[in-house]
Design a binder for this molecule. Structure first.
Ligand code: EGV
Length: 383
């Protein structure tokens, strides 16, 4: 069987995604690439007016309104913008980098959810932090062991998780925050996918603040709307966080574009006005479409039955995911092999692919057909 052609090398998931950027069947990255809805297209048509507005108005006012709209749309009513603890970044990965650089000034290790998107472990390791994996089941089902919390300066959780879609409940978050408070460990959350799942839209800030723990939350507009990489990542922190976040943020940027802020505000207002529910419906339809197209393929399964996020994992049975990846990429279809999500034990992802669902139905259908044929054609290990 073909493995990745020798001319292609991908050192991380994003490099796999880069391979797909010019393909008409790009089901690799988790960015939104579906058509704008009519209401969204109207916002884009009004960008020249938003530009004029951005030139005239004070930045702080625009940022406050945008934060209120975006965090409000997501149920995060206790967000601390008014207290000056909500810093805008060009992307959530930049927010992550600023957090990592801040953490490494006071600690040398982080407990990190496993599996999760690999740029999170890579950014943390990139500043010299040591990582200890926390299995998803463990994070969601039990208290964390005291011995683990004694070794780390931070517990980092992605919720909903990428790629599994698993959401931390209010009850678990409450307990985890209590544990972090007890052990003086920073609780960091990446909530970039929360717009897709109402279960992730209870007021996290109220729970975090009530716990008294030191906390950081990374919020993101980047996964929700097809805005051609125009997006904001917010780095939000507790009053007692005691990390040099503001200083490091200011080392790297003065601020984000008020034009993008105004655009985000308009998208969020539309989201609150039914757009977000529409988006959730669209993703559910797209997921159903992919599952239906692959339904009669033997020896595969959909791993995350209840997931609502904009990605879908497929277990390819006794086949190797990289064999299937090679077969479909030779036909211009790009998906993600899952090994690198399993940053501590890549072999656990050997038989899984991730399919992006934030696409037009016609693209998904074409992709699912190519994938279906390749799966029918790719022998399992004993086949
Ligand atoms: C996904 C890629 C990086 C990330 C893609 C992603 N960004 N590497 N800075 O946005 O699920 O495809 O999260």
């Amino acid at each position: 069987m073909n493995r990745i052609p020798s001319t292609v090398s991908a050192e991380n998931l994003t490099q796999f995604e880069t391979l797909a950027l010019n393909s008409s069947m790009n089901l690799a990255d988790g960015h939104a690439r579906q058509q704008l809805t009519p209401a969204q297209a109207k916002v884009i048509a009004e960008l020249p007016e938003l530009w004029a507005e951005a030139v005239l108005r004070p930045v702080a006012e625009i940022e406050q309104e945008t934060a209120d709209s975006f965090f409000g749309m997501l149920g995060q009513h206790s967000h601390p913008f008014a207290a000056g603890r909500t810093l805008p970044c060009y992307s959530s990965s930049l927010a992550m980098e600023i957090l990592a650089r801040s953490l490494v000034t006071t600690s040398d290790a982080v407990a990190l959810l496993h599996p999760t998107f690999d740029n999170i472990p890579d950014i943390l390791r990139g500043v010299g932090l040591r990582l200890i994996p926390v299995e998803e089941e463990q994070a969601h089902d039990d208290d964390l062991p005291a011995e683990l919390l004694q070794q780390v300066g931070c517990v980092f959780i992605t919720t909903p998780n990428n790629p599994t879609g698993r959401v931390m409940t209010a009850e678990r978050l409450t307990r985890l925050a209590e544990q972090c408070a007890e052990h003086n460990v920073v609780l960091a959350l990446d909530t970039s996918f929360r717009g897709f799942d109402p279960a992730a839209q209870f007021d996290h800030y109220a729970i975090l603040d009530a716990s008294g723990c030191r906390w950081v939350v990374i919020e993101d507009t980047g996964k929700l709307w097809p805005t051609l990489e125009l997006k904001i990542g917010w780095l939000v922190r507790s009053e007692n966080v005691d990390l040099p976040i503001e200083k490091i943020h200011s080392d790297i940027l003065l601020g984000t574009s008020p034009l993008i802020m105004l655009m985000v505000k308009r998208f969020a207002d539309d989201g609150a006005d039914g757009g977000l529910a529409d988006l959730q419906r669209t993703i559910a339809e797209n997921r159903a479409l992919v599952r239906a197209e692959l339904a009669d393929v033997p020896d595969i399964s959909f791993i995350d039955e209840d997931a609502r996020t904009s990605v879908e994992r497929v277990h390819v049975g006794s086949r190797l995911a990289l064999d299937v990846w090679s077969a479909v990429s030779s036909q211009n279809l790009y998906v993600l092999p899952c090994q690198k999500f399993h940053w501590a034990r890549p072999e656990e992802g050997d038989r899984m692919l991730r399919i992006a669902l934030s696409r037009n139905p016609s693209t998904l259908l074409a992709g699912a057909r190519v994938l279906r044929a390749a799966l029918l054609d790719t022998p399992g290990l004993q086949g």
